[in-house]
Design a protein around this ligand. Structure first.
Ligand SMILES: *Cc1c(COP(=O)(O)O)cnc(C)c1O
Length: 370
């Protein structure tokens, strides 16, 4: 699905120098490369504060802690997403309130957010799924009206731009109160292990986040709140500093792969290529299509037999996962259920060779014409 090996080979001299620099300095925790990376990423995203943490799941957890949410508070999340989004909500004894998604964008449904709001609702977590933004203008308007926090799960969309109806643009992850991202190796900006970051324009929130991520200590051995130990290692930050310079190029490479899939697959009537929403650019963390003739699993088996990898993100609605059984109110989400049956993601990454993609495309096409 991804080719981390070729990307490493292409950037090897810079990446190796970055890693060896940290090894030689022995600045493993909170070293200069971390400070520089946080600052560079802040400049790239045009956001005031970037705080590196240990992974994207921790970023989400720390966000809820920093906003002071307490057990019983309700948080609205899409039912079609990766588990991490809702997992931390449950762990903190907050209540995840799942809502359906939009069939076209795969992101949280605006109408269903409105219906899910109660007196206990405290926050909305839009997930910018597969590499494009949820409808943030609508979400921010709802949040303002009901005084809710917005925490963006930007793990799949770092670098994508949201465009407001007045033409202004901003990077995803910088629109809500707190943005969260992951640097898991296969993400669009990936390190060599686990990593994550949080973004905010709010000074007070930024210092709370830093304090919570560091054992709740504003100063050494002074602990004012219960915190966690969640840091982005200097060696990972050094790697990310190199890769951040490439991030726009990474997106262009992914967009070129997506454009070739679009051109080749759009005439297959049983398959729907991804829609790029007018309000977002798409950085194609995944290239995910819908197979509408009920033969998605057959297609996947066929591809596997021919040596073409594919993945189903995600096969099961969150509310049907045993871990979330307690949060299921019995209402089934028709779009989420339909997408769980229809979606399939094809290989997409920064190092895709034309010949490889031509083979993948021919194999996909042969399934539908045979
Ligand atoms: C990857 C991912 C996460 C979690 O990130 P980790 O760094 O793996 O903890 C959260 N949400 C979404 C949508 C993701 O894709």
């Amino acid at each position: 699905m991804v080719d981390l090996q070729s990307q490493y080979q292409r950037l090897k001299p810079e990446l190796d120098a970055a890693m060896l620099g940290v090894a030689a300095d022995c600045t493993y925790i909170k070293g200069p490369a971390l400070v520089e990376f946080e600052s560079n990423l802040g400049a790239y995203l045009n956001v005031k504060h970037v705080i590196g943490v240990a992974n994207g799941t921790d970023a989400l957890q720390i966000a809820f802690m920093a906003l002071g949410l307490i057990p019983g508070d309700e948080v609205i999340v899409p039912s079609f997403t990766y588990v991490a989004t809702a997992e931390v909500i449950g762990l903190l004894r907050l209540t995840p309130v799942m809502v359906d998604v939009d069939l076209e964008s795969f992101t949280i449904s605006i109408e269903d957010i409105k219906k899910a709001i109660t007196a206990k609702t405290k926050a909305i977590v839009p997930v910018h799924l597969y590499g494009q933004s949820a409808d943030m203008e609508a979400i921010l308007a709802i949040a303002k009206e009901h005084q809710l926090y917005v925490i963006e799960d930007n793990a799949q969309a770092i670098g994508s731009d949201f465009t407001f109806s007045n033409g202004e643009t901003a990077k995803t992850g910088t629109l809500g109160d707190i943005g969260c991202t992951s640097f898991f190796p296969s993400k669009n900006l990936g390190c060599f292990g686990d990593g994550g970051a949080m973004f905010t324009n709010d000074d007070e929130l930024a210092s709370r986040i830093r304090m919570i991520a560091n054992h709740g200590q504003p100063r050494k051995y002074i602990h004012t709140v219960l915190g966690v130990n969640s840091r982005l290692d200097t060696i990972q930050a050094a790697i990310l500093k190199v890769k951040l310079r490439e991030l726009d190029d990474f997106a262009h490479r992914r967009q070129a792969v997506a454009a070739r899939y679009d051109a080749a697959l759009s005439d297959i009537t049983e398959l729907i290529c991804p829609t790029v929403m007018s309000y977002s650019s798409h950085v194609y963390h995944q290239y995910t299509v819908r197979v509408t003739n009920g033969k998605r699993d057959e297609l996947q088996a066929f591809l596997k037999e021919k040596g073409v990898p594919s993945m189903i993100y995600y096969p099961i609605p969150l509310y049907d996962q045993e871990a979330f059984a307690g949060y299921h109110n019995g209402v089934r989400h028709i779009h989420t259920e339909q997408l769980c049956q229809e979606v399939i993601s094809f290989p997409i990454h920064t190092e895709m060779e034309i010949e490889t993609q031509t083979f993948i495309i021919a194999t996909i096409k042969s399934f539908f014409t045979s």
